[in-house]
Each structure stands twice: as C-alpha cells, then as structure tokens.
Write a protein that binds this ligand. Sequence first.
Ligand code: AMP
Length: 172
Amino acid sequence: MRIKNLNELIETYKDFPEKGIDFKDVLGIMHEPEVFKELILKMSSSQIIKNAEAIIAIDARGFIFGSAISLQASKPMVVARKPGKLPGEICEKNYSLEYGESSLSIQKKAIQKYNSFAIVDDLLATGGTVNCVSKILQSKNKEVTGLLVVVELIKLEGRLKLDFPIESYINF
Ligand code: AMP
C-alpha cells in the first residue's frame, strides 16, 4: 500500500499550531501531480469507497482528497464543516482534538438520500474528529463503511476509538 515518494512530500512543522504538536503538512503532495494521482487512484479503488453510497469529507484538507476521490470513483460527496459555515438545517456535534476543542456540522438535506458513507480526511491523530463525524452519521441511522486518511499518527491510537475499517497510506 506504500506509494513511492509520498513520505518525503509530507513536511513536519514542530510546535505548530501549538507547542508540543508536530504538524504533518500534506499539501506538498499536491505539488507533485503524478504522486497525487497515484494516491487518489489507490484511495478510490479501496473497498471502503466501493461499499459506500457517498463520501463524507472533513474540513478542510479532507475536501482536497474527498473531491478527487469523488470524481475518480463517481460517488457523491458531502462535507462535514467547522462551526458557522453551513447554511440550512444542520446536525452538529462537539469534539476534542489533539489541540483544543471544536464542533462539526453536516447539512441534514445533504445526507438524507444516502444510507452509507466512507469518511475521508488528510490525517488521523487522536480520532476525535472522525469519531464525531461517525457519531453524527450513526445518530441518523447511517452506516459508516470505513475511513480513508493519507497519514496516521500511530502513537496517538486514534484507530482504537473507531469501530470500522481504516486505511492509511503513511504512518508516523
Ligand atoms: P484528531 O481528531 O486528533 O484525529 O485530529 C485529526 C484532525 O486534525 C485532522 O482533520 C487533521 O487535519 C488535524 N490534525 C490533528 N493533528 C494533526 C497533526 N499533528 N498534523 C496535521 N494535522 C493534524
């Protein structure tokens, strides 16, 4: 499952956005379209995507990967957004993350039509963010087929919080 060169495109920023956090920046992947393409092809062919009626991408870097997978796999995409960004009726839930607290919202109308979702984000750390999205979906009786992330921070054991299949492509 390892993609050549992917590792070296991810830069680490020490003490960002707070002291003690090693921030893993995935934006370098987009500087190398051939590597980005290979990654998107791999993610799109995952059983987690195939088993889902739709993709749910997480604010904000998850949108980059989610929308490319949506096009490649011909699956609809909806978004989970940070507070105050989505119009209309929303489902919202608070969560804590590696640094601080936040909440995520999903438009009720956007998820109505679909029964199963593959969650897409750039990185899995403590698992709080993905857990929040899955809890919102499950509260609406939606199935989560799994999670696709580019990077997984293994030591933070985020996957222990999650009870569905997880695919990651780089581990730190
Ligand atoms: P968590 O809820 O702890 O799994 O955090 C995952 C979310 O926060 C993802 O949407 C990431 O974009 C962001 N994030 C958390 N920790 C980091 C990190 N060390 N480097 C880059 N992004 C991070």
